[in-house]
Design a protein around this ligand. Sequence first.
Ligand SMILES: [Zn+2]
Length: 323
Amino acid sequence: MQRLSPSLCGLSGHSAASPRGNDFGVRISWLRVAAALVATSAACLSGQSLSWQSAADQAAQIAPDARIVVLDVGAGRVIASRRLGEAARTLAAPGSTLKPLVLYGLLKSGRWDAESRVACDRKLIVAGRRLACSHPAAPPFNAREALTWSCNSYFAQVARSLKPGELGELLRPTGLLGLTGLTTQEAAAEFREPRMTEDEQFVLLGVAGVGVTPLGLAVAYRWLAMEMAAHPDSVATRTVSAGLRDSASFGMAAGAGLGGVDVAGKTGTAEGDASTQTHGWFVGLAPAERPKIVMVIYLPAGRGADASRVAGVLLAHGPLESR
Ligand SMILES: [Zn+2]
């Protein structure tokens, strides 16, 4: 437990009432997020102790169904959670959260050029399935920008470059496809090695052919954090790190930045197998410069932007210093 002075509390220079990006129809309203962030200020001013578990409890107040996992990057253990049992057993399509993991591996092995640009008309259709982007109209993206704006067209192009079996080879080292060993009674990821180009695209975009648990995704992003720490000057690290920071600053995951902490992260939105209801993900690393924690927020109903706002509340109530 750590007692913090008001100067260490979040909210510096940010307004919860000024959403950026173009994600509409949110389920985590800005009013609730703003109220939760105001509560942070009150807690800070009263000198209450801040811990990750109390932060997770606060975040759950605006999203009671959320599965929340906070991992210590150094020790690799769970330091806070909400609904941990469900976080270990809930298998869901990961949406766009796989993009940074696959991109990192491809850049590291020289199989993709970070400066490759792909134009996007925001109307991607793969095998008759609409996978439209929700980012604003923009010139062709490079890899960093494609992460920031979670461009499906860009990563569909990346998927076309994959060799047979390569997707599994890229994902297995992250730990995402195995058991984490962090709790009992956990589910292993579902993954079918794609054979057709369209299937490669579905898996890389996280919409079909793959199911992961929130706990598994937390372990995979811990792997990413450790990889990037070990190779800080590589093109792979610079590109992915910058893309994730931009995403949580002004891109699709900007809600996470409202917590006042320098955070890097990625949202994900996907539908269930048997319904058109979406679920939402946010996976983040904080502080962005030298991550100490990995956080995963999974909302059984909602979108990635909603999950990023829950992360913003989590960070605002947590013990990390604000910007
Ligand atoms: Zn796009």
